[in-house]
Design a protein around this ligand. Sequence first.
Ligand code: ATP
Length: 472
Amino acid sequence: MVFDIKPHEREIFRLIEQSAIELGYEVYVVGGYVRDRLLGMPSKDMDIVCLGSGIKLAQEVAGALRPIPRVTVYSRFGTAMIKHGDMEIEFVGARKESYRFDSRKPTVEEGSLEDDQNRRDFTINALAVSLNERNFGEIIDPFGGLHHLEEKLIKTPLEPGKTFSDDPLRMMRAIRFSTQLLFKIDPGTLSAISKYKNRINIVSQERISTELQKIVLSDTPSIGFKLLFKTGLLQIIFPEMANLQGVEIRDGRGHKDNFYHTLEVLDNLSKHSKNLWLRWAAILHDIAKPATKRYNPDHGWTFHGHEALGAAMVPRIFKNLKLPLDGKMKYVQKMVRLHLRPISLTKDNITDSAIRRLLFDAGDDIDDLMMLCEADITSKNPNRVNKYRSNYELVRQKLKEVEEKDRIRNWQPPISGELIMETFGISPSREVGMIKTAIREAILDGDIENSYEAAYQYMIEKGNEFGLKTVV
Ligand code: ATP
């Protein structure tokens, strides 16, 4: 079969062909670029394999382009990259790989195109397009990758056990591609993942997490998480999440399965938001349910405090998964901590002060929090769903009103600790903190107006209550 070369590709392909002829090399486009183009998806990363030196070929191609692009050489890997328009083109010599048991880093030697295709992870990633004169544009498909693209199938080119044992990262990649492309994993390939799951331990956490993030960012992340669970990988790489699975029954009463509930929330949210960290908040919102689960014959199953304990678990989970420990982690923590707050506001208690408190605590993240809470409605009972939805509608409406009136989002109480110390001539002490808190609470409760004058007056009153006298 011949590759349908687009006009914008023809020029660069011909130029690569000419450069390879100059050097006496054979040359091919391979891997993800070919796959994505055959799937009708745009791709900006092109991998070129030659029978010769990838670095020399990159230099030859760069010399023929105008303006001449910079060649970035990675001599340790024997590869080189040039940017051409919005494309990144990587050049490498065809290679043959052999693996040792304790490492996913192979010993590499020069090889043929066939060797190079053999070392690829999946048949759909092992397709090559010839850029050679004798068969320019021909697709070289030794493992039925074209057929598998049509069948929407992820399958290893060689025996799957060997493929995964050699480089266990490929197990994560199989599940990631299946999630992104909505492809099935071939049964033999899937059972090899279950069998070799423990090999994942030789892969660095960074690489595992890169794949995990791609799963989280896909349109329907639950597909990937279900596969990770089914193969047993999740239990190894993210045990806290795997622990959510299961239903316990006592006195004939069960609770919902928090793993599948979490995945529903994550998919719901993913329909509305591409925010990676909000998606992490969905993954983690109920993470402390197993640890807080109690059974009480009168009340049934309870998970009291799971939002606070969940928030407290976030830093360790982020650290283990090597996710950033900066503001993004804090944001996820905050979402987990606050995720029950909007639902605790029922028709009777959506008071201005409750709304002000929510706005104060959530700040600019209030819209994200509301989105998470709405995604959290997974009840199968339509009456209950309607009830929750209309309640949230009311909360949103109230949030808007209170925000317009009080501007409490990103609000800082108008009286600082310094001013309190100056006014009463005191040094840092417990009283300063108590007066500050009392002012903030009075404003949030609506007992005093949100203004400097009202807060100043209130500060004097509170100070007097503590036996303090003004000195200015
Ligand atoms: P994406 O760009 O979505 O990550 P991709 O397939 O283009 O997908 P790359 O990581 O750029 O991913 O890899 C390019 C090609 O290199 C793949 O298509 C595959 O042929 C090969 N490859 C990458 N990683 C592996 C691996 N761990 N084992 C075997 N082959 C691999």
